[in-house]
Design a protein around this ligand. Structure first.
Ligand code: NAP
Length: 284
Protein backbone atom coordinates (compact mmCIF):
# COMPACT_ATOMS: atom_id res chain seq x y z
CA UNK A 1 0.00 0.00 0.00
CA UNK A 2 0.94 3.63 -0.38
CA UNK A 3 0.75 4.96 3.19
CA UNK A 4 0.98 8.61 4.25
CA UNK A 5 2.13 9.75 7.66
CA UNK A 6 1.52 13.32 8.80
CA UNK A 7 3.67 14.33 11.78
CA UNK A 8 7.04 12.58 11.80
CA UNK A 9 7.63 12.38 15.55
CA UNK A 10 7.82 9.51 18.05
CA UNK A 11 4.61 7.79 16.93
CA UNK A 12 4.64 8.84 13.25
CA UNK A 13 8.33 7.98 12.83
CA UNK A 14 7.89 4.62 14.59
CA UNK A 15 4.92 3.75 12.36
CA UNK A 16 6.94 4.73 9.29
CA UNK A 17 9.85 2.46 10.30
CA UNK A 18 7.58 -0.57 10.80
CA UNK A 19 5.35 0.01 7.76
CA UNK A 20 8.34 0.48 5.48
CA UNK A 21 9.96 -2.68 6.76
CA UNK A 22 6.68 -4.50 5.97
CA UNK A 23 7.11 -3.44 2.33
CA UNK A 24 4.70 -0.50 2.10
CA UNK A 25 5.63 2.72 0.31
CA UNK A 26 5.69 5.33 3.08
CA UNK A 27 5.27 9.05 2.38
CA UNK A 28 5.84 11.50 5.23
CA UNK A 29 4.62 15.05 5.76
CA UNK A 30 5.87 17.04 8.71
CA UNK A 31 5.86 20.64 9.89
CA UNK A 32 9.60 21.31 9.56
CA UNK A 33 11.58 20.67 6.40
CA UNK A 34 14.57 19.61 8.54
CA UNK A 35 12.52 16.71 9.93
CA UNK A 36 11.45 15.64 6.42
CA UNK A 37 15.05 15.70 5.16
CA UNK A 38 16.24 13.70 8.16
CA UNK A 39 13.48 11.11 7.68
CA UNK A 40 14.53 10.62 4.04
CA UNK A 41 18.26 10.51 4.87
CA UNK A 42 17.71 7.89 7.60
CA UNK A 43 15.44 5.88 5.24
CA UNK A 44 12.55 6.11 7.69
CA UNK A 45 10.30 7.11 4.75
CA UNK A 46 10.49 6.71 0.97
CA UNK A 47 9.78 10.41 0.48
CA UNK A 48 8.84 13.37 2.69
CA UNK A 49 7.97 17.04 2.39
CA UNK A 50 6.17 19.80 4.28
CA UNK A 51 3.49 19.81 1.56
CA UNK A 52 0.32 17.77 2.14
CA UNK A 53 -0.16 17.37 -1.64
CA UNK A 54 2.42 14.53 -1.46
CA UNK A 55 -0.42 12.36 -0.11
CA UNK A 56 -2.72 12.91 -3.13
CA UNK A 57 -2.83 9.23 -4.12
CA UNK A 58 -2.20 7.57 -0.74
CA UNK A 59 -4.37 4.54 0.08
CA UNK A 60 -4.18 5.17 3.82
CA UNK A 61 -3.06 8.19 5.87
CA UNK A 62 -2.10 8.22 9.56
CA UNK A 63 -2.37 11.62 11.25
CA UNK A 64 0.30 11.63 13.96
CA UNK A 65 0.55 15.29 14.96
CA UNK A 66 0.09 16.49 18.55
CA UNK A 67 -3.54 16.16 19.64
CA UNK A 68 -4.40 19.85 19.21
CA UNK A 69 -3.20 19.81 15.58
CA UNK A 70 -5.08 16.69 14.41
CA UNK A 71 -8.36 18.40 13.39
CA UNK A 72 -6.80 21.44 11.62
CA UNK A 73 -4.24 19.18 9.92
CA UNK A 74 -6.98 16.92 8.64
CA UNK A 75 -9.04 19.88 7.39
CA UNK A 76 -5.97 21.10 5.47
CA UNK A 77 -5.41 17.60 4.10
CA UNK A 78 -8.93 17.06 2.70
CA UNK A 79 -8.52 19.08 -0.54
CA UNK A 80 -5.53 16.88 -1.46
CA UNK A 81 -7.16 13.47 -0.89
CA UNK A 82 -9.07 11.17 -3.21
CA UNK A 83 -12.46 10.05 -1.80
CA UNK A 84 -11.23 6.45 -1.45
CA UNK A 85 -8.36 7.34 0.86
CA UNK A 86 -8.79 5.89 4.32
CA UNK A 87 -7.64 8.19 7.12
CA UNK A 88 -6.87 7.27 10.70
CA UNK A 89 -5.27 9.18 13.58
CA UNK A 90 -3.24 8.16 16.63
CA UNK A 91 -4.47 10.76 19.13
CA UNK A 92 -4.73 9.60 22.72
CA UNK A 93 -8.24 11.10 23.21
CA UNK A 94 -10.89 9.95 20.74
CA UNK A 95 -14.33 11.57 21.26
CA UNK A 96 -13.51 15.15 20.12
CA UNK A 97 -11.44 13.91 17.16
CA UNK A 98 -14.03 11.37 15.96
CA UNK A 99 -16.91 13.84 16.46
CA UNK A 100 -15.14 16.42 14.30
CA UNK A 101 -13.73 14.17 11.58
CA UNK A 102 -16.19 11.29 11.02
CA UNK A 103 -18.92 13.60 9.64
CA UNK A 104 -16.57 15.25 7.14
CA UNK A 105 -14.70 12.12 5.98
CA UNK A 106 -16.70 8.87 5.84
CA UNK A 107 -13.51 6.83 5.46
CA UNK A 108 -12.14 8.05 8.80
CA UNK A 109 -11.35 5.50 11.51
CA UNK A 110 -10.19 6.83 14.89
CA UNK A 111 -7.27 4.95 16.44
CA UNK A 112 -4.94 4.97 19.43
CA UNK A 113 -1.78 2.91 19.82
CA UNK A 114 -1.16 2.39 23.52
CA UNK A 115 2.59 2.58 23.16
CA UNK A 116 5.18 5.27 23.66
CA UNK A 117 8.20 6.49 25.56
CA UNK A 118 8.96 9.66 27.52
CA UNK A 119 10.82 11.05 24.47
CA UNK A 120 9.40 12.97 21.53
CA UNK A 121 10.32 13.95 17.96
CA UNK A 122 11.75 11.94 15.09
CA UNK A 123 14.91 11.06 17.02
CA UNK A 124 12.73 9.15 19.49
CA UNK A 125 11.20 6.91 16.77
CA UNK A 126 11.73 3.19 17.37
CA UNK A 127 11.19 0.01 15.35
CA UNK A 128 8.70 -2.48 16.82
CA UNK A 129 7.26 0.11 19.23
CA UNK A 130 3.73 -1.28 18.78
CA UNK A 131 4.47 -5.01 18.94
CA UNK A 132 2.82 -6.62 21.94
CA UNK A 133 1.04 -3.39 22.96
CA UNK A 134 -2.71 -2.62 22.68
CA UNK A 135 -3.91 -0.67 19.63
CA UNK A 136 -7.55 0.52 19.79
CA UNK A 137 -9.79 1.52 16.87
CA UNK A 138 -12.92 3.60 17.57
CA UNK A 139 -15.20 3.47 14.50
CA UNK A 140 -18.77 4.83 14.63
CA UNK A 141 -21.97 3.12 13.40
CA UNK A 142 -21.50 4.86 10.04
CA UNK A 143 -17.83 4.00 9.44
CA UNK A 144 -17.62 1.71 6.37
CA UNK A 145 -16.70 -1.86 7.36
CA UNK A 146 -14.02 -1.96 4.66
CA UNK A 147 -12.23 1.09 6.10
CA UNK A 148 -12.15 -0.55 9.55
CA UNK A 149 -10.89 -3.81 8.01
CA UNK A 150 -8.02 -2.11 6.18
CA UNK A 151 -6.81 -0.29 9.31
CA UNK A 152 -7.32 -3.43 11.43
CA UNK A 153 -5.12 -5.46 9.07
CA UNK A 154 -2.35 -2.86 9.26
CA UNK A 155 -2.61 -2.75 13.07
CA UNK A 156 -2.41 -6.55 13.27
CA UNK A 157 0.59 -6.55 10.92
CA UNK A 158 2.41 -4.38 13.51
CA UNK A 159 1.95 -7.32 15.94
CA UNK A 160 -0.14 -5.03 18.16
CA UNK A 161 -2.98 -6.35 20.33
CA UNK A 162 -6.09 -5.24 18.49
CA UNK A 163 -9.14 -3.77 20.28
CA UNK A 164 -12.25 -2.04 19.02
CA UNK A 165 -14.63 0.16 21.07
CA UNK A 166 -16.80 3.29 21.07
CA UNK A 167 -14.83 6.58 21.28
CA UNK A 168 -16.61 7.53 24.52
CA UNK A 169 -15.76 4.20 26.15
CA UNK A 170 -12.14 4.57 25.03
CA UNK A 171 -11.90 7.99 26.67
CA UNK A 172 -13.43 6.78 29.94
CA UNK A 173 -11.08 3.77 29.98
CA UNK A 174 -7.92 5.81 29.31
CA UNK A 175 -9.07 8.32 31.94
CA UNK A 176 -8.87 5.46 34.49
CA UNK A 177 -5.59 3.90 33.46
CA UNK A 178 -3.62 6.73 31.89
CA UNK A 179 -4.93 10.19 32.71
CA UNK A 180 -6.03 9.65 36.36
CA UNK A 181 -2.62 8.13 37.25
CA UNK A 182 -0.89 11.25 35.89
CA UNK A 183 -3.03 13.52 38.07
CA UNK A 184 -2.73 11.28 41.15
CA UNK A 185 1.02 11.11 40.70
CA UNK A 186 1.21 14.90 40.16
CA UNK A 187 -0.83 15.37 43.36
CA UNK A 188 1.59 13.10 45.21
CA UNK A 189 4.62 15.21 44.26
CA UNK A 190 2.71 18.40 45.04
CA UNK A 191 1.68 17.09 48.48
CA UNK A 192 5.26 16.05 49.33
CA UNK A 193 6.53 19.48 48.33
CA UNK A 194 4.09 21.10 50.77
CA UNK A 195 6.20 19.83 53.71
CA UNK A 196 7.07 23.02 55.60
CA UNK A 197 9.92 21.60 57.65
CA UNK A 198 12.91 21.92 55.32
CA UNK A 199 14.91 19.30 57.24
CA UNK A 200 12.09 16.75 56.84
CA UNK A 201 11.66 17.63 53.18
CA UNK A 202 15.36 17.20 52.47
CA UNK A 203 15.42 13.93 54.39
CA UNK A 204 12.41 12.66 52.40
CA UNK A 205 14.15 13.59 49.15
CA UNK A 206 17.28 11.73 50.25
CA UNK A 207 15.36 8.65 51.41
CA UNK A 208 13.08 8.40 48.35
CA UNK A 209 13.65 5.07 46.65
CA UNK A 210 11.98 2.73 44.15
CA UNK A 211 8.43 3.10 45.55
CA UNK A 212 8.49 6.86 45.16
CA UNK A 213 10.25 6.58 41.80
CA UNK A 214 7.44 4.30 40.49
CA UNK A 215 4.54 6.32 41.87
CA UNK A 216 5.88 9.75 40.90
CA UNK A 217 7.14 8.89 37.39
CA UNK A 218 4.04 9.81 35.36
CA UNK A 219 3.22 12.89 37.46
CA UNK A 220 6.71 14.30 37.02
CA UNK A 221 6.69 13.94 33.23
CA UNK A 222 6.01 16.31 30.34
CA UNK A 223 3.69 19.12 31.61
CA UNK A 224 2.24 19.70 28.11
CA UNK A 225 1.02 16.10 27.94
CA UNK A 226 -0.73 16.40 31.32
CA UNK A 227 -2.51 19.58 30.26
CA UNK A 228 -3.45 17.94 26.94
CA UNK A 229 -5.09 15.02 28.78
CA UNK A 230 -7.08 17.33 31.07
CA UNK A 231 -8.09 19.65 28.24
CA UNK A 232 -9.24 17.08 25.68
CA UNK A 233 -10.53 14.39 28.05
CA UNK A 234 -11.93 16.78 30.65
CA UNK A 235 -15.28 15.09 31.37
CA UNK A 236 -13.97 11.54 31.66
CA UNK A 237 -10.96 12.70 33.71
CA UNK A 238 -13.16 14.66 36.14
CA UNK A 239 -15.43 11.60 36.49
CA UNK A 240 -12.41 9.46 37.44
CA UNK A 241 -10.84 12.11 39.71
CA UNK A 242 -14.11 12.54 41.63
CA UNK A 243 -14.35 8.79 42.21
CA UNK A 244 -10.68 8.78 43.25
CA UNK A 245 -11.42 11.53 45.79
CA UNK A 246 -14.18 9.34 47.25
CA UNK A 247 -11.81 6.37 47.45
CA UNK A 248 -9.20 8.54 49.16
CA UNK A 249 -11.81 9.89 51.61
CA UNK A 250 -12.76 6.29 52.41
CA UNK A 251 -9.13 5.41 53.17
CA UNK A 252 -8.72 8.53 55.35
CA UNK A 253 -11.90 7.66 57.27
CA UNK A 254 -10.71 4.07 57.86
CA UNK A 255 -7.40 5.32 59.24
CA UNK A 256 -9.02 8.04 61.38
CA UNK A 257 -11.41 5.46 62.87
CA UNK A 258 -8.49 3.02 63.25
CA UNK A 259 -10.65 0.53 61.38
CA UNK A 260 -7.73 -1.73 60.45
CA UNK A 261 -10.04 -4.56 59.44
CA UNK A 262 -11.86 -2.44 56.84
CA UNK A 263 -8.54 -1.08 55.58
CA UNK A 264 -7.14 -4.59 55.27
CA UNK A 265 -10.27 -5.72 53.36
CA UNK A 266 -9.80 -2.90 50.86
CA UNK A 267 -6.10 -3.60 50.44
CA UNK A 268 -6.81 -7.33 49.99
CA UNK A 269 -9.33 -6.54 47.26
CA UNK A 270 -6.84 -4.23 45.53
CA UNK A 271 -4.18 -6.93 45.71
CA UNK A 272 -6.58 -9.27 43.88
CA UNK A 273 -7.80 -6.66 41.37
CA UNK A 274 -4.48 -5.28 40.20
CA UNK A 275 -3.52 -8.18 37.87
CA UNK A 276 -6.76 -7.56 35.91
CA UNK A 277 -5.30 -4.24 34.75
CA UNK A 278 -2.24 -5.76 33.16
CA UNK A 279 -2.56 -4.80 29.49
CA UNK A 280 -3.53 -7.51 27.08
CA UNK A 281 -5.30 -9.80 29.57
CA UNK A 282 -8.16 -10.24 27.10
CA UNK A 283 -7.44 -9.49 23.46
CA UNK A 284 -8.39 -10.89 20.11
P1 NAP B 1 5.88 14.07 18.85
O1 NAP B 1 6.99 13.12 19.04
O2 NAP B 1 6.00 15.46 19.36
O3 NAP B 1 5.60 14.11 17.28
C1 NAP B 1 4.68 14.93 16.66
C2 NAP B 1 5.36 15.47 15.41
O4 NAP B 1 4.39 16.15 14.64
C3 NAP B 1 6.43 16.50 15.74
O5 NAP B 1 7.68 15.86 15.75
C4 NAP B 1 6.32 17.55 14.65
O6 NAP B 1 7.34 17.35 13.71
C5 NAP B 1 5.03 17.21 13.95
N1 NAP B 1 4.08 18.30 13.96
C6 NAP B 1 3.77 19.13 14.96
N2 NAP B 1 2.79 19.95 14.58
C7 NAP B 1 2.50 19.61 13.30
C8 NAP B 1 1.60 20.09 12.35
N3 NAP B 1 0.79 21.12 12.64
N4 NAP B 1 1.56 19.50 11.13
C9 NAP B 1 2.38 18.49 10.82
N5 NAP B 1 3.28 17.98 11.68
C10 NAP B 1 3.33 18.54 12.91
O7 NAP B 1 4.51 13.51 19.44
P2 NAP B 1 4.08 11.98 19.60
O8 NAP B 1 4.42 11.54 20.96
O9 NAP B 1 4.55 11.20 18.42
O10 NAP B 1 2.51 12.16 19.58
C11 NAP B 1 1.82 12.29 18.36
C12 NAP B 1 0.40 11.85 18.56
O11 NAP B 1 0.41 10.53 19.06
C13 NAP B 1 -0.40 12.68 19.56
O12 NAP B 1 -1.67 12.97 19.01
C14 NAP B 1 -0.51 11.80 20.79
O13 NAP B 1 -1.75 11.98 21.46
C15 NAP B 1 -0.43 10.42 20.18
N6 NAP B 1 0.14 9.38 21.05
C16 NAP B 1 1.28 9.63 21.74
C17 NAP B 1 1.81 8.62 22.54
C18 NAP B 1 3.07 8.84 23.34
O14 NAP B 1 3.33 8.09 24.27
N7 NAP B 1 3.88 9.81 23.01
C19 NAP B 1 1.20 7.37 22.60
C20 NAP B 1 0.05 7.14 21.83
C21 NAP B 1 -0.46 8.17 21.06
P3 NAP B 1 8.34 18.48 13.19
O15 NAP B 1 9.66 17.95 13.59
O16 NAP B 1 8.11 18.49 11.72
O17 NAP B 1 7.99 19.78 13.86
Amino acid sequence: MKIGIVGLGLIGGSLALDLRSLGHRVLGVSRRDRTCQEAIARQIVDDATVNLSLLADADLVFICTPLGAIIPTFEALIPHLSANTIVTDVGSVKTPVVKALAPIWPNFVGGHPMAGTAESGLDAALSNLFAGNPYVLTPTETTPANAVKVVEEIVRSLQAKFYICRPEDHDKAVAWISHLPVMVSAGLIDACMSETNSNVLELAQNLASSGFRDTSRVGGGNPELGVMMARYNRDALLRSLQQYRQSLDGLIADIEREDWQELEEKLKQNHQSRPDFIAGKNFS
